[in-house]
Design a protein around this ligand. Structure first.
Ligand SMILES: [Zn+2]
Ligand SMILES: [Zn+2]
Ligand SMILES: [Zn+2]
Length: 139
């Protein structure tokens, strides 16, 4: 593959952004690990939004089909599956952004993180998941 040198950082690259004339990372972009298309850097994400959307549709295809066979439109079925997949904080009941601390058991609120810390502490002491949760939530 032919490579060019990014005029900003001087590194060889397969991709030069036509707007900035720079490589992906100098342009504030990442290259999708799946399709190779550039996308705006977004924390630790390695795939572009199109691929992430397709992943999600593929993963949830059965559930979506189930809802649609019950008469829901595609949009409603997708929304319903999203609700089904939402994890709620065990401490306060708010929806948890998956990928947050606490393996998505708790939300990022300070009080809930404290419960999570107690939970991991109990787990380190050798308690089962259930007992550690009970202990952590009891205080
Ligand atoms: Zn560069
Ligand atoms: Zn992609
Ligand atoms: Zn919470």
């Amino acid at each position: 593959m032919e490579q060019e040198v990014c005029p900003n950082c001087g590194e060889y690259t397969d991709y030069i952004n036509s707007w900035t004339g720079w490589c992906a990372s100098c342009s504030g972009l990442d290259l999708c690990a799946n399709c190779g298309k550039p996308f705006a850097k977004d924390r630790n994400r390695t795939r572009c939004s199109t691929c992430r959307k397709n992943d999600w549709l593929e993963k949830n295809a059965d559930e979506i089909e189930d809802y649609m066979s019950n008469g829901l439109s595609l949009i409603d079925a997708k929304a319903q599956v999203q609700i089904d997949n939402t994890i709620f904080c065990l401490n306060c009941g708010d929806p948890v952004n998956s990928g947050h601390a606490g393996q998505a058991l708790f939300c990022a609120k300070e009080e809930c993180r404290k419960v999570y810390n107690r939970y991991t502490w109990q787990r380190k002491k050798g308690l089962t998941k259930e007992n550690a949760l009970r202990e952590a939530l009891a205080k």
